[in-house]
Design a protein around this ligand. Structure first.
Ligand code: PGA
Length: 643
């Protein structure tokens, strides 16, 4: 029987379960797939699975592989249909979805190859229509899809049904949206290499599956999920059509759920426990919505926007406004390492010790610089002892042409090389490889190492701009990254140990990290969990008990003032220093797509975010700064939820 939505879920038009992390979600989905497979086996029929590609289902496939390996789950009676495939890519292409499925799932389980169906990306153009009809017939002939796994793109696509795809659309050839192509740019080493077309099941095809499971992780999906789950059904957000399906569920993590009404405006869905954080959130939301400074909010403003209950608890608008204004004011500090000899009762950072040991973790080169270069610069000027640890080399993010340029420099410089008795040296080997390799060939270990050196050189140059001591700029080159590739990283205790030992050696008063809201399989998501585990292992140590752990914002989204515990203002001159630092990461030009900046470089996005935070503070009635870098105190997340 269909369960009615709870009070908290009343705005949600698709049943949605929110998990503290993706692990719990994938276990649940994998278990229901396993149950289906076993039930079909008992009924002597095939289980028909609809499969998806992308980062989202990787963990689910890992769990299915585990069930196969450790719990004897057999896929011999399973038939699969994949949602889509890039048009024009041969099946052996490393970025084809056929390859993805082989690597991530098929080669690890006992699924008979003849039971696998993926659209063929090489079908001649004139045969595409008939081919797509046949794909639909095959689904019907198999008895229809029992459970279809779905991810969601930031355009709201399901499969490759981009905005504009109607509810009745069927399997067909489609052009990919610009944002989708930008999101795939990293995999294809440049947006220009991303295919322009794909073959995808239609929205109508997807809706015919008996059960749908949409998975989503990370804050980059939060905005589009709100539209899909709470918005109207509209073909500009194809995922919103899932609302029509009687048996569709979303399984999402907290970061992806943050824009849903129950988390964004919990007071709109029912009585709430007015914690200090929630009060601040409500007041900031109200002021932002009404475009009024906090100190000018009136009792009527609260009442008209459903916040009368808050005034009952807190007295009048007058006293509440002053309280929140002061709280916001106290987040602002030009002394991110603490202000020596000052009263610190209302400051985010204690005054003592005057000179702090600070440990900053950057998942890949550039991440920490985007989030906190201005703050790093300030802390160096204030003579704190700053250690900057790059967790990974970032060598996967260096395009071949950057490596070619560096090699050509070496070739020019290394004029006497031919006199070496060793025959081919490394420069020769790299020159050969770069001449011969096709764009998608995997890099040899020496090429990866060389690309890592390029990023290290960029990183050192950028750190010098900030005044960091290069002896304290460390490159941990964590093994999970060096041994892996995108979507195939396996973090181990070895990685945690390297981080833990560094922490123990430095015994910092402050630690900075990022990635709490990142997609869990991304470098930044993995790095966050590794540092968190390392810090947990240090929890009993004296220095750790006194250590403040700060999160810096990613370029993915600027934080709202209610989420910020420390706001470090940047003057125009300091912002210029930050940009100068960022520009030194030249190999990263146009490498990373960011939300909301269709054309923007990551540093443009960081600048925009820092300016936007300053403007938001200004509009709330606080001082008007050029830009602000923002930080949150790391604490256990309070958001939880299940069915
Ligand atoms: P992602 O893609 O899992 O790589 O985020 C999802 C999708 O585009 O459907």
């Amino acid at each position: 029987m269909q369960r009615l939505p709870s009070e908290a879920e009343q705005h949600e038009r698709i049943r949605t379960a929110v998990f503290q992390s993706s692990d719990g979600a994938v276990r649940l989905v994998a278990d229901s797939i396993a149950r289906l497979i076993r039930q079909c086996h008992d009924e002597r029929r095939s289980a028909v699975l609809g499969l998806a590609t992308g980062s989202t289902p990787v963990k689910l496939y890992k769990e299915l592989i585990r069930l196969h390996r450790d719990e004897g789950l057999s896929f011999r009676n399973v038939v699969t249909f994949n949602l889509d495939e890039y048009y024009g890519l041969p099946p052996q292409h490393p970025e084809s979805y056929r390859q993805f499925m082989e690597v991530q799932l098929f080669k690890h389980i006992d699924l008979p190859p003849e039971n696998v169906h993926l659209p063929d990306g090489l079908i001649p153009r004139s045969e595409v229509f008939a081919y797509c009809q046949e794909y639909e017939h095959k689904i019907l002939a198999a008895g229809g899809i029992d459970i279809q796994i779905l991810g969601i793109g930031r355009t709201g696509h399901i499969g490759f049904n981009e905005p504009g795809s109607g509810i009745d659309s069927r399997t067909r050839m489609v052009a990919l949206d610009r944002l989708t192509r930008r999101d795939a740019a990293r995999d294809f080493r440049g947006v220009e290499n991303v295919p322009a077309y794909a073959i995808t099941m239609g929205v109508g095809t997807i809706l015919q599956a008996k059960e749908l499971a949409l998975l989503a992780w990370g804050e980059s999906k939060a905005g589009i999920l709100r539209e899909a789950i709470e918005g109207s059904q509209i073909d500009t957000v194809p995922a919103s059509f899932l609302q029509r399906h009687p048996n569709c569920r979303c399984y999402i993590d907290e970061a992806a759920a943050r824009e849903l009404t129950r988390f964004r405006f919990p007071w709109k869905v029912g009585p709430v426990d007015w914690t200090p954080e929630l009060i601040r959130k409500a007041v900031v939301s109200l002021a932002t919505e009404l475009k009024k400074p906090v100190l000018r909010l009136r009792d009527e403003d609260y009442a008209e926007k459903g916040l009368a209950g808050l005034l009952v608890e807190t007295g009048s608008a007058y006293s509440l406004n002053i309280r929140i204004f002061n709280e916001l004011q106290h987040t602002i500090t030009g002394w991110p390492g603490g202000k020596p000899n000052a009263d610190d009762s209302h400051r985010p950072v204690p005054a003592d010790p005057a000179h702090k040991r600070v440990l900053v973790f950057g998942p890949e080169p550039l991440d920490a610089e985007l989030g906190m270069a201005g703050t790093l610069h300030r802390m160096c000027r204030h003579q704190h002892e700053v250690t900057f640890a790059y967790l990974t080399s970032g060598n996967l993010g260096v395009p071949d042409n950057e490596a070619r340029m560096a090699i050509s420099l070496l070739n020019e410089l290394n004029v006497d090389r031919s006199t070496s008795a060793q025959g081919k040296d490394r420069v020769d080997l790299l020159t050969d490889e770069l001449e011969k390799k096709a764009s998608f060939d995997e890099d040899s270990s020496i090429l990866r190492h060389f690309k890592g050196l390029i990023r290290k050189a960029e990183a050192r140059a950028s750190c010098q701009v900030l005044g960091l001591d290069l002896a304290k700029v460390l490159f941990l080159d964590l093994a999970f990254y060096e041994k892996g590739r995108y979507r195939q990283f396996n973090a181990t205790d070895e990685d945690v140990t390297a981080i833990r030992e560094l922490c123990r050696r430095i015994q910092p008063h402050q630690i900075y990290l990022t990635g709490s809201g990142a997609e869990p399989g991304s470098v930044s998501g993995i790095s966050f969990r590794l540092v968190s585990s390392a810090l947990k292992e240090c929890a009993a140590e004296v220095w750790m008990k006194a250590c403040q752990v700060w999160l810096y914002a990613s370029s993915e989204r600027p934080w709202s003032p209610h989420e910020i515990n420390m706001a470090v203002p940047l003057s125009p001159a300091e912002l210029a220093v930050k940009l100068d630092c960022l520009y030194h990461h030249r190999s990263q030009r146009s490498q990373t797509p960011f939300l909301g900046s269709q054309s923007g470089e990551s540093w443009q996005q960081a600048e925009n975010n820092n300016r936007a935070t300053a403007q938001h503070y200004d509009r709330l009635g606080l001082a008007e700064y050029e830009a602000i870098e923002s930080f949150r105190r790391e604490k256990e997340s309070a958001v939880r939820g299940t069915f």
